[in-house]
Structures are given as structure tokens and as C-alpha cells.
Design a protein around this ligand. Structure first.
Ligand SMILES: Nc1nc2c(c(=O)[nH]1)N[C@@H](CN(C=O)c1ccc(C(=O)N[C@@H](CCC(=O)O)C(=O)O)cc1)CN2
Length: 297
């Protein structure tokens, strides 16, 4: 089998177009537009790119974008004070603090300081707890939400009863992804560095989600014939003799595509959906704060 390639760029663009329509409807009917504040601490080059793209795409969807770029020397107390200010600001409906943060700042404390209603990253314990309890109002972390949207396209009849293996147990991707798949009535296994015979476990997966941050760790013969493979990894690898680093996922793409029915590429798969889902969460959060019905399909 040669897999079909799941186009995350196109899916993200389609979602952003729907969001822009909803934002202009809200503006026309209620005379406000959703606002997203993104906070970057330090000069990590990849984070700078992601934050720039978030601001650009927020504005393109007709929303208000507030960017706060702070030096790496910013103290934890200063960052917490900014988050408190954003919590109180009615023009800000969503708050995102770009991760990773410098080592001297307790990221969990910062996340827990964000008003859960404005936590468009879905990382606050109120939202992670809500997700695991099946609370439909919980804000869902953007990367797993994007993965779920792409999976739903692949399984129009639903995913009930399918075996799903999530490789990776991070708070940002692995754990929420597992919760979302449980909610779809999949039989879910979360694998990690201590899992025994990972290749054999992956071979049982109808849905295989790789989110470990190890370049091309999942090999082609780990993939069951006909499986749908979602590659969350974004790894920069420097090849000998080449000036520019190459971006690869956690899955050996060419090998895996031989067995899979469908697979996300890196780049152009899960990554673009992450930002589109951030905008989606902001529109949803804004509607709740204003107590208006969100008409997103
Ligand atoms: N507060 C958060 N921090 C981080 C998150 C997050 O969801 N919330 N996720 C990642 C980074 N991230 C968004 O912030 C992100 C990563 C990758 C992409 C993306 O579009 N990737 C492209 C490739 C881009 C490149 O060349 O690097 C792709 O896969 O096609 C978007 C957003 C960590 N921090």
C-alpha cells in the first residue's frame, strides 16, 4: 500500500477561512472581535517564528493580536504580573505563553496563573481535568485537537472500537491525545520510553500517533497495513555536508507510507493545524466570555 498524504496545510487554511467568516459575523452582530495575547520570553529562534505566525494568522482572521515580547532575563514575578494584567483585560479573550520558558521560570505556575476561561492552550488543570472528565466546555490543547480533526476526516464512520497507540506521554500532546481518543471510543494505549517491545505494540495500532521528539524513531515495519499515522514530531536534523538543517518527524515517513493507509507529513501536517486550532479556541473562548452562541461548524 502507498499511503495518501494528509494535507495539514490545506486543512488549516480551510479552518482559518471558517474562523474568519465567524469572526466577521460576530463583529457585524455584536460589534466586538476576539482578541489573542501571545507572550514570548527570550529569543529562541523557533519560538520567534511560531509567535510571529500566530500574530499574523490571528490578524488575517480579523481578530485582535497582542504580542508581548520579553527579554530572557524577565523574572518569574514580572511574567506572572503580565499574565494577571491580561486576565483582567476584557479585550483579551485568549492568553498563550509560548513554551519552552527559560529555566528560571516555573512554567506550571505560569500556566496555573492564566484564567482558565482564557487558557486557549488548554494546559490549565481546570481544562486538562475537564477534558479527562468529558466536560464539553474544556478548552482542548491545540496540537491534539488538530490531530483529532485530521483523524475525523479519515474516519467518516467514526473511530469506535479501533486500536489507537499514542507514543509519548507529554502533558502537551500525549496525555490529551489519549483522552480525546478515549472520548472517540478507541481502545487506547499510551507508550513511552519504558514500554516493552514498542514495535510489536505499534503493529497493533489502527491509529498510530507519534509524539516523542525523536527523529524517525517509528520505522516502517512498526506500522500495521492500512493504519492511519499522525506524526507530531518536529525535529531539526543537521546532515553532514549540508548547510541547512532538515525538518523530520518522529516517523520514518517513506518507510511508513508503504504500510499506512494515510499519513501526515513533516512539515505540512500537524504543525499548521496547531496554530489554526489556537485561533479556533480563541473564538470559542471569546464567545463564552461574551455569552454569545459560537456558530462554528
Ligand atoms: N504555549 C505553547 N507552546 C508551544 C506549543 C503550544 O501548542 N503552545 N507547541 C509547540 C510549538 N508550536 C506552537 O506554539 C508550533 C510548532 C510547529 C508549528 C508548525 O507549523 N510547524 C511547521 C514547520 C515550521 C518550521 O519550519 O519550524 C510544520 O510542521 O509544517 C506550529 C506551531 C511548542 N511550544
Amino acid at each position: 500500500m502507498s499511503a495518501s498524504i494528509i494535507d495539514g496545510k490545506a486543512a488549516a487554511q480551510a479552518l482559518r477561512e471558517r474562523l474568519a467568516i465567524e469572526v466577521s459575523r460576530i463583529d457585524a452582530e455584536h460589534s466586538w472581535v476576539p482578541g489573542l495575547a501571545v507572550v514570548l520570553v527570550g529569543e529562541d529562534p523557533a519560538s520567534q517564528v511560531y509567535v510571529r505566525n500566530k500574530g499574523k494568522q490571528t490578524a488575517e482572521a480579523g481578530m485582535r493580536s497582542f504580542e508581548h515580547k520579553l527579554p530572557a532575563s524577565t523574572s518569574e514575578r514580572e511574567l506572572l504580573a503580565l499574565v494577571e494584567t491580561l486576565n483582567q483585560d476584557d479585550s483579551v479573550n485568549g492568553i498563550l505563553v509560548q513554551l519552552p520558558l527559560p529555566d528560571h521560570i516555573d512554567a506550571q505556575l505560569v500556566i496555573e496563573t492564566i484564567d482558565p476561561a482564557k487558557d486557549v492552550d488548554g494546559f490549565h488543570p481546570m481544562n486538562t481535568g475537564g477534558l479527562s472528565n468529558g466536560d464539553p466546555t474544556a478548552l482542548v490543547p491545540c496540537t491534539p485537537l488538530g490531530c483529532l480533526m485530521m483523524l475525523r476526516e479519515q474516519f467518516p464512520g467514526g473511530m469506535a472500537g479501533l486500536n489507537a497507540v499514542v507514543v509519548g506521554r507529554s502533558n502537551i500532546v500525549g496525555k490529551p491525545m489519549a483522552q480525546l481518543l478515549i472520548a472517540e471510543s478507541c481502545t487506547v494505549t499510551v507508550a513511552h520510553s519504558k514500554t516493552r517491545d514498542l514495535p510489536a505494540l505499534c503493529q497493533t495500532a489502527d491509529i498510530l500517533v507519534a509524539a516523542v521528539g525523536r527523529p524517525e524513531m517509528v520505522r516502517g515495519d512498526w506500522v500495521k497495513e492500512g493504519a492511519v499515522v499522525i506524526d507530531v514530531g518536529i525535529n531539526r536534523v543537521q546532515l553532514e555536508g549540508q548547510e541547512k538543517a532538515r525538518l523530520v518527524g518522529d516517523v520514518a515517513f517513506t518507510e511508513a507510507a508503504e504500510n499506512a493507509r494515510a499519513i501526515t507529513p513533516v512539515p505540512g501536517g500537524v504543525g499548521p493545524m496547531t496554530i489554526a486550532c489556537l485561533l479556533r479556541n480563541t473564538v470559542v473562548a471569546a464567545c463564552r466570555q461574551h455569552r454569545v452562541v459560537c456558530e462554528l461548524s
